[in-house]
Design a binder for this molecule. Structure first.
Ligand code: ATP
Length: 241
């Protein structure tokens, strides 16, 4: 592995009751990289992110900049710079766009107000649509706007590692293109990203490195560009197009 990896997950395992869902997963995310995990329904992609974030108890190691966060609270993970945008997006529907965003700066609640205001301006610069709708109730946003809000809220915590669970799920093709453009723009800003996707083609296009998960195990990994040309990946995940 790469000694300079920002995230280094080693022999990660997690279970639901007595049922093991993921086994011995090794994943690395280098500083400034986009890494994707692709795989079919039920392969354990969401479970992997939950275990990395501390939402589920994890076996193995979750090293962020060399510090093992496995077994610590979600808050501890957040304080050390991890953020997770869940598939559900988990917004507060009856709160305004801006109030949702401000919740994302929880990590800096004791810091200077200017810092939170600057973070808000940065998010609004990235998502002008959210700025236009800052007072609108989150529950009335379109699907694409909600995904932008969920990502914006995560960015308010200035994460070093942003984890995205199926950001393109349920969105129209044009919006999906926007979302992937934003993911690429975030990398330009130095955010490292771990991206879970069923849209394997779009994920492999944007990512530097990729892992294929099946039945709770990593069965293949490599540079995203190479996996995109691997006949087994094409056959199983990229279809005929
Ligand atoms: P999808 O793309 O459908 O969300 P996934 O790759 O994210 O799939 P997971 O949601 O991580 O897969 O599920 C991995 C396995 O764990 C599946 O067999 C699933 O049924 C099981 N599982 C997930 N959540 C729970 C839960 N809360 N309780 C019990 N089993 C669960």
């Amino acid at each position: 592995g790469d000694a300079a990896a920002l995230l280094s997950v080693r022999k990660l395992g997690a279970s639901y009751g007595h049922i093991d869902a993921i086994f011995d997963i090794d994943i690395e995310v280098g500083q400034g990289q986009i890494v994707t995990v692709i795989g079919p329904n039920g392969a354990g992609k969401t479970t992997t992110l939950s275990a990395i974030m501390g939402v589920l108890p994890a076996r193995g190691q979750v090293l962020l900049d060399g510090r093992d966060l496995a077994g610590t609270s979600i808050e501890e993970h957040v304080m050390h710079g991890m953020a997770l945008v869940p598939e559900t997006r988990a917004l507060f529907s009856s709160m305004s766009v801006q109030d949702n965003l401000e919740l994302g700066a929880f990590r800096f609640r004791h810091g200077p107000r200017q810092e939170r205001e600057a973070a808000l301006e940065e998010v609004y610069a990235l998502f002008p649509r959210l700025k236009e709708r800052s007072r609108q109730e989150a529950g009335t946003l379109s699907g694409g706007e909600r995904q932008m809000l969920a990502v914006g809220r995560a960015l308010m915590g200035k994460p070093r590692l942003l984890m995205l669970d199926e950001p393109s799920l349920g969105l129209a093709p044009l919006i999906v293109r926007d979302i992937f453009r934003i993911i690429a723009a975030l990398r330009e800003r130095g955010v490292s990203i771990l991206l879970i996707e069923q849209n394997a083609r779009a994920a492999l296009n944007v990512a530097d490195h990729a892992y294929v998960l099946e039945l709770g195990r990593v069965i293949m990994q490599g540079p995203a560009r190479e996996l995109a040309h691997d006949p087994r990946v094409i056959e199983a995940y990229l279809g005929s197009a």
